[in-house]
Write a protein that binds this ligand. Structure first.
Ligand code: DLZ
Ligand code: SF4
Length: 508
């Protein structure tokens, strides 16, 4: 029996289920750099460099440990340039009995892989991805038994089931499940904290940089300097650095934003978790231990663990429970094209300019920059959900559709109509001013509510609520906002509508 075992670019772990019972004498691993995967959206060049270099380093590590690896490079002449095309080519060439695959993280690729079984002579074994706390069957069961899909309920279940941050009576550590209200301190000055550790590209990475420069230089985003970790060992170093220098303050400043430092106290490990370099179970245990040793406060440990055990697992469950229908949702029927500045950062809105320019430079922005600046603007401006999701999937190095789509549709732009959020996460400029220093250097005046100098978030916020009254007013969580609108005089409503129409008309 000879098996051909596929390892995808986001399955870079020897604990991946496709390697269970691997026989080094008879079995072969196949890893494929493919145009199909590298161009189904215009990925940021740093994302492609990261994934290709991580794949090449992982393949070398496997080979050094005695695994037989068939690695197809993007510029190999025979490369069929799709995952299924390459599997078929290698399968036929070397007469394997079976192809073994851990289910891919994206619906589109799972469908492509499933279609392989229709080829005569090709036996396909699909295995579950076991790198998560919650199985998809378990999530589906929870989802069917729950009236609403709220992360908080799911998260409490996970905390109990996996005994994480519980006291000796099985109650939540400190008495509360969630310390979100203690994650919102603003920062007004750069705290002079170190940036995330930077790894100098080695020969393998430099070869990939040259390849990406040749083939993908038109994609949005800067190629250099490239500094991401490309091996498991480096990713672990990056996490250790976070534990040592940043975790303690992460909780307080989780939602803060500042010009000139887009990383602050964030771990910047989501890309390493998502490709398989870091194991979420180990990460959470380590953070829990730091809390128990008294080295970090509870709002930091809980805030960090909530992102991984709560949000990350929750959005994955949502994605696989509601796909493919989920991707077609457009609750507000928004149709506006993305403005050109999403691809350049050239805009007068200083908050958007900062977050987009940082994204194009680093292929990274932290969650509040994504949610409350870029997502908030996309919803207030009525941008088409499909285009917004494609942008997020393209530009962030940690973006795979299972995690990106529910974050964008469910949290950032409410395109799913409230499947996961109890109300749209929208805000006027006030919130942005409170949580950042972006407004200090903006052409617009945060204090002005109307007219040509007014901060556009100020009138777009009310315009969004007024235009979508039918769909949102019934929700009791929006009561206060609609109560305020009810008290506005006609002239105010007219001026909100006029300013918004003018701004949106000029949005190219
Ligand atoms: C994102 C990505 C890119 C850019 N390139 C490849 C590739 O060439 N080969 C590969 O195996 N995986 C790549 N990936 C990651 C896949 O797109 C990912 O496995 C699917 O999106 C499922 O999550
Ligand atoms: Fe953004 Fe408005 Fe502040 Fe300018 S004034 S940075 S547009 S929130």
């Amino acid at each position: 029996m000879a098996n051909l075992v596929l390892i995808l670019g986001d399955q870079l772990s020897t604990a991946i289920s496709s390697l269970d019972n691997f026989d080094k004498k008879t079995d072969t691993i196949i890893m494929i750099e493919a145009v199909s995967e590298a161009s189904y959206v215009p990925h940021h060049p740093k994302k492609i460099i990261f994934i290709f270099s991580a794949m090449r380093h992982f393949a070398a590590q496997l080979q050094n440990s005695g695994y037989h690896v068939n690695y197809s490079k993007l510029d190999d002449k025979e490369n069929k340039q799709s995952i299924s095309g390459e599997i078929i080519r290698i399968f036929k060439k070397s007469k394997f009995d079976k192809v073994i695959v851990t289910k891919p993280g994206e619906y589109r690729l799972l469908e492509e892989i499933k279609s392989l079984s229709k080829i005569s002579g090709l036996e396909l074994e699909l295995r579950e991805d076991t790198r998560f706390f919650c199985t998809l069957a378990e999530f589906k069961k929870w989802s069917e038994s729950s009236k609403t899909h709220r992360m908080e309920n799911f998260y409490q279940l996970m905390r109990k089931k996996h005994s994480i941050l519980l006291d000796s009576d099985g109650k939540p550590e400190g008495g509360k499940w969630n310390y979100d209200s203690e994650n919102r301190k603003p920062i007004k000055k750069n705290p002079e904290i170190n940036l995330p550790p930077k790894f100098t590209p080695d020969e393998i990475t430099n070869q990939v940089i040259d390849l990406v420069r040749e083939k993908f230089s038109k994609n949005p985003g800067k190629i250099e300097p490239f500094w991401f970790a490309v091996t498991q060992k480096q990713a672990e170093q990056a996490f250790d650095d976070f534990l040592k220098f940043k975790l303690a303050k992460f909780g307080d400043y989780e939602d803060a934003m500042i010009t000139d430092n887009g990383f602050l106290f964030h771990s910047v490990i989501s890309l390493y978790l998502n490709v398989g370099f870091l194991d979420p179970k180990k990460i959470i245990n380590t953070v829990q231990k730091k809390y128990r040793q008294g080295l970090v406060p509870l709002n930091s440990a809980e805030g960090f663990i909530r992102q991984i055990l709560g949000w990350r697992e929750f959005v994955r469950g949502i994605y696989w429970t509601f796909m493919p229908e989920y991707a077609t949702r457009n609750f507000f029927n928004n149709k506006k094209d993305l403005p050109e500045f999403f691809w350049t950062g050239n805009t007068d809105l200083n908050c958007m300019k900062n977050c987009i320019q940082q994204t194009l430079q680093e292929s990274y922005a932290h969650h509040i920059q994504r949610l409350m600046i870029i997502g908030n603007f996309s919803l207030l401006a009525g941008l088409e959900p499909k285009q917004v999701a494609e942008w997020f999937l393209s530009v962030y190095s940690d973006a795979f559709e299972w995690v990106e789509l529910p974050n964008v549709y469910g949290l950032a732009i409410y395109a799913d109509g409230g499947l996961i959020a109890s109300k749209p996460y929208v805000s006027s400029g006030n919130y942005i001013q409170k949580m950042s220093n972006y407004c200090d250097n903006c052409k617009y005046d945060i204090k002005e509510k109307s007219g040509k100098n007014a901060c556009p978030f100020n009138y777009l916020y009310w315009n969004f609520l007024i235009s979508n009254k039918e769909k949102l007013q019934k929700n009791p969580r929006n009561f206060v906002m609609y109560n305020t609108i009810g008290k506005m005089d006609d002239s105010k409503i007219i001026s909100i509508k006029k300013d918004s129409a003018k701004f949106l008309k000029n949005l190219k």
